[in-house]
Design a protein around this ligand. Structure first.
Ligand code: AMP
Ligand code: ZN
Length: 454
């Protein structure tokens, strides 16, 4: 069996992955808060951990992996969006979940085994909070319930921070009902106009962290294999999840391996609305960037390094994919190259896997290329429509090639050169061979420029 190694944030080491039960490998990834379209940064953990899911399925069997990714559908940002737009909360969350599926499906991410919505697990959250109070790890005050951080000495172990560092560094909220500023909210009161549920502490709603603890326990059990998410979630969200889960269940461990992806930036700068470089996955798709190209670019960088989205990478990715699609057109996928599996098993080295794909393309091994690429969710048949030249385009290119040949024969070099330059400008790559001209659509292919050559 292939041995998978993963960098465990908990130990800060590369470790051999050993599942608790190889017949049921269990993974939890923190999902989106559903108040708006997913931005490109949100797509990074989705695509990266989709590759992890594919690798685990490849190694342990497709039916042996349980992958849970939640929807946070109760949150202050959702309430604010509702207040600002007048749309009811259920409408916002349902619509956003629909968009999320559209966009992440487009990127070729397999649907997780379970996609629990937080609002359907309120009873489990309340039960967990009651246990935490009964065991002396949490206290109720003024309609709130707080987790008492000082009762859990291992708090901070995941992110490697001491309690005092955390107090100094974090934006902890001081509140009169807190025994200590570090204590975090498990439950809070809700005004009548906001979503709320009856509880032993009055009508209220859960804090954010408790939802993941409750849903993970319900769907994966109190102790499971892998917990993952963006590095921005390591502290405090994941620290809090561990504290809640371990104290409620009385366990030594919540998850054996913690994986964190680094952040995505754009052309070297943090993506932000004020810098004008903020965009959603849908914005890119609407601009005509193929979903497969987006996925490829996201996988060009190792998940533990910051990922810089650049125009140059987009072009590179598009050119590679066009070439590979031409090569694998109509080919049945073969068994993945062991080097690709090995690269992915080496802490999800997607960049290394892509280097092997280039090698396979150079050696012309189309079936193995296709089979290997599919492990990364690339070159699948249902993602390929963008790269296929439609019949009109093919006919036009063939007609222009004939016109160019005629112009050359007639020594009309101006016309022949104009067609040649026009192909280059439109992104059509033409190679003259002994058997005639061969062409393929290159990166940045522009149908309008091609039509202008007629
Ligand atoms: P949110 O909806 O804000 O809770 O974020 C959903 C997921 O996207 C979390 O796993 C975050 O860690 C991740 N995420 C948010 N921004 C970025 C970014 N710029 N780069 C990579 N991941 C991000
Ligand atoms: Zn979470």
């Amino acid at each position: 069996m292939v041995q998978i190694q993963l960098t465990n944030s908990k130990t800060r080491r590369l470790e051999i992955f050993e599942p608790i039960d190889p017949g049921r490998v269990r993974v939890y990834v923190c999902g989106p808060t559903v108040y708006d379209r997913a931005h490109l940064g949100n797509a990074r953990p989705v695509v990266v951990f989709d590759v992890l899911f594919r690798l685990l399925r490849h190694v342990y069997g497709a039916n042996s992996v349980t992958y849970v990714r939640n929807f946070t559908d109760v949150d202050d940002r959702i309430n604010e969006t509702s207040a600002a737009t007048g749309a009811p909360i259920a409408e916002i969350t349902n619509r956003t979940i629909g968009w999320y599926h559209e966009d992440m499906d487009a990127l070729g991410a397999l649907r997780p085994t379970h996609e629990p919505r937080a609002t359907l697990y309120i009873a489990q959250m309340i039960a967990m909070i009651e246990t935490l109070i009964a065991r002396g790890f949490a206290y109720a005050a003024e309609g709130h319930v707080l987790f008492e951080v000082r009762k859990f000495p291992e708090y901070g172990a995941l992110s490697g921070r001491s309690l005092d560092d955390m107090i100094a560094g974090a934006r902890v909220e001081v509140a009169p009902y807190k025994r200590d500023p570090m204590d975090f909210v498990l439950w809070k009161p809700s005004e009548p106009a906001l979503p709320g549920w009856e509880s032993p502490w009055g009508r209220g709603r859960p804090g954010w962290h408790i939802e993941c603890s409750a849903m993970a326990a319900e769907l994966l059990g109190p102790h499971f294999d892998i917990h993952a998410g963006g590095i921005d979630l390591q502290f405090p969200h994941h620290e809090n999840e561990i504290a809640q889960s371990r104290c409620a269940h009385g366990t030594e461990t919540m998850a054996n391996y913690w994986l964190h992806n680094e952040m995505l930036i754009v052309e070297g700068r943090k993506m932000s609305k004020s810098l004008g470089n903020f965009f959603t996955v849908r914005d890119l798709l609407d601009k005509g960037v193929p979903a497969e190209v987006i996925r490829f670019v996201l996988l060009m960088t190792h998940y533990r390094k910051p990922m810089d989205w650049t125009e140059k990478k987009r072009e590179e990715a598009e050119a590679s994919l066009r070439k590979w699609r031409t090569l694998t057109d109509g080919v049945t996928a073969g068994t993945p190259d062991p080097r690709v599996v090995a690269a992915l098993a080496d802490d999800l080295n997607t960049a290394g896997a892509i280097a092997v794909l280039h090698d396979l393309a150079r050696s012309g091994d189309a079936a193995v290329l296709k089979g290997s690429a599919e492990l990364l969710g690339l070159l699948s048949d249902d993602m390929g429509a963008w790269a296929a030249a439609d019949d009109d385009i093919s006919e036009l290119i063939e007609a222009l090639l004939v016109a160019r040949a005629e112009a050359r024969r007639a020594r009309d070099f101006a016309r022949a050169d104009a067609i040649r330059d026009g192909f280059a400008a439109a992104g059509v790559e033409v190679k003259d061979t002994a058997a005639g001209a061969e062409w393929q659509l290159g990166a940045g292919f522009d149908a309008e420029k091609l039509r202008a050559l007629r």
